[in-house]
Ligand binder design. Structure first.
Ligand code: NAD
Ligand code: ISE
Length: 335
C-alpha cells in the first residue's frame, strides 16, 4: 500500500519534506500540496510533478490524500491538525503542535474521541543516531541512575525578527522534548537565568539564556541557548549518572593537522546536522501508518512541550522558578 500524502505549507522545511518523501522514503508519494503563497505551492508541486490545491482544507478533504503533513507557520498548526482528525486522517505536524495549551488540549480530546492515534509531532531528534545511542546507555543502567544533564543549543546567528521568547518557543523546545524522552520522566519546574547579553547582535534580544529544568524524579537539567554564537550550529548533551556519564558525539568529520593546528569543521545550520534524523523520522512515520499504529512523538508530547514552554517563557519574564501544571496523562497516551 502506498501512503498518499498532502503537504500544507511549502516553505523551507515543507519543501525539504516533499523532497524527502519523494526521494528517500519508499511506500509514500506526495499527491497534493498547498501554501497561502500560491506561486510557491505551484513551484513546489511542479518540482515533483504533483498538484497544487488552493487551501489546506482542500488538502485535508481531498479523497486522494491518506495522510497530511503540516509545515505551515506555527499558529496555523492546531486548526489543520483538528481538521485532519475530524476527517479521520493521519497527520504529521511540525513543531509546535499548538501555540496555546488550550489548543493542545482540544487536539488531545479530539484524538481520544476518535479512538485511535492519528497525530505525530515533528520532534526529529528522537531519530538521531547519537540521541538514540544515549537513550540505550541510560536505559541499560550502565551509568546508574541519571542525576544531571548538561545541554547546549547554539546557532551561528538568527534574523532580527527573532525575539527573546523564541529562544524557548522555537529553539529550546527540541531539548525540552528530548530530555523528557531520554529520561522517560516529566519536567515539573523551570527557570530562566539571563546572563550578560552578547554585543554581537540585536539590543532587543536576550541572548544567551540559561534554562534550568527539574524533573519529577529530581533530575536537574541545564540548557544554554545561544542563538548568535557566530561560529556555527552546535548541539551538545551530556547525561551524568551515578556511576558514569554519556555524551552525544560531535557530527562525524575528519580531523586535520596542518600548519601547527589540529581541527575539524563546525556545521553552520540544523539541516545537515539532523538530515539523517529527518529521513528516518519520515521512513518510520510512513512504516507506522502502513502498520496501522503510530509510534512517534504524540499529541501528548506536543501538548506537554507547549505547557513547559509557556512556563519557561513566564520565567524568562519574571526571573522566578515556575512550576509546570500538566493535566494527568490519559491512559490513551500511556498514562
Ligand atoms: P517558512 O516560513 O519557510 O514556511 C512556512 C510556509 O507556510 C510559508 O511558505 C507560508 O507561506 C506557508 N503558510 C503560512 N500559513 C499558511 C496557511 N495557513 N496555510 C498554508 N500555508 C501557510 O517556515 P519553515 O522554516 O518551513 O517552518 C515551518 C514550520 O516548521 C514551523 O512551525 C517551524 O517551527 C517548523 N520547523 C521545524 C524544524 C525542525 O527542526 N523540526 C526546523 C525548521 C522549521
Ligand atoms: C529551528 O527552528 C529548528 O527547529 C531547528 O531544529 C533548531 O535546532 C533551530 O535552532 C531552530 O531555529
Amino acid at each position: 500500500m502506498t501512503v498518499h500524502i498532502g503537504v500544507i505549507g511549502t516553505g523551507m522545511i515543507g519543501q525539504d519534506h516533499i523532497r524527502r518523501i519523494t526521494d528517500v522514503v519508499t511506500g509514500a508519494e506526495v499527491v497534493a500540496v498547498t501554501d497561502v503563497d500560491a506561486e510557491r505551492a505551484k513551484e513546489a508541486a511542479d518540482r515533483v510533478g504533483t498538484r497544487a490545491l488552493p487551501t489546506g482544507q482542500d488538502i485535508i478533504a481531498d479523497p486522494l490524500v491518506d495522510a497530511v503533513v503540516v509545515t505551515s507557520w506555527g499558529p496555523t498548526h492546531a486548526e489543520y491538525v483538528l481538521a485532519s482528525i475530524e476527517a479521520g486522517k493521519y497527520v504529521f505536524c511540525e513543531k509546535p503542535l499548538a501555540t496555546t495549551a488550550e489548543d493542545g488540549l482540544r487536539i488531545l480530546e479530539a484524538e481520544q474521541a476518535f479512538g485511535k492515534r492519528l497525530v505525530q509531532v515533528g520532534f526529529m531528534r528522537r531519530y538521531d543516531a547519537g540521541y538514540r545511542s544515549m537513550k540505550r546507555v541510560i536505559d541499560s543502567g550502565e551509568i546508574g541512575a541519571p542525576l544531571l544533564l548538561h545541554c547546549v543549543h547554539r546557532n551561528a546567528t538568527v534574523p532580527e525578527t527573532y525575539h527573546s521568547d523564541m529562544a524557548v518557543q522555537d529553539t529550546a523546545v527540541h531539548e525540552i522534548d528530548i530530555v523528557r524522552w531520554l529520561l522517560d520522566d516529566e519536567i515539573v519546574a523551570t527557570q530562566v537565568i539571563r546572563p550578560r547579553k552578547t554585543s554581537k547582535r540585536f539590543e532587543h534580544l536576550q541572548d544567551p539564556q540559561l534554562m534550568l529544568f527539574e524533573t519529577a524524579s529530581g533530575v536537574r537539567i541545564d540548557l544554554e541557548v545561544f542563538v548568535n554564537c557566530q561560529y556555527g550550529y552546535d548541539i551538545q548533551c551530556e547525561t551524568v549518572g551515578e556511576t558514569g556519564t554519556v555524551r552525544l558525539p560531535d557530527p562525524a568529520d575528519v580531523w586535520v593537522r596542518r600548519a601547527a593546528r589540529h581541527g575539524t569543521t563546525v556545521l553552520q545550520d540544523w539541516r545537515p546536522r539532523f538530515a539523517a534524523a529527518f529521513d528516518l523520522e519520515f521512513v518510520e512515520w510512513v512504516a507506522s501508518i502502513r502498520n496501522g499504529q503510530l509510534t512517534g512523538p504524540s499529541s501528548w508530547d506536543g501538548y506537554a512541550v507547549s505547557v513547559i514552554s509557556d512556563a519557561t517563557v513566564e520565567s524568562l519574564h519574571s526571573g522566578r522558578v515556575v512550576s509546570v501544571q500538566l493535566k494527568d496523562r490519559p491512559a490513551f497516551y500511556g498514562g
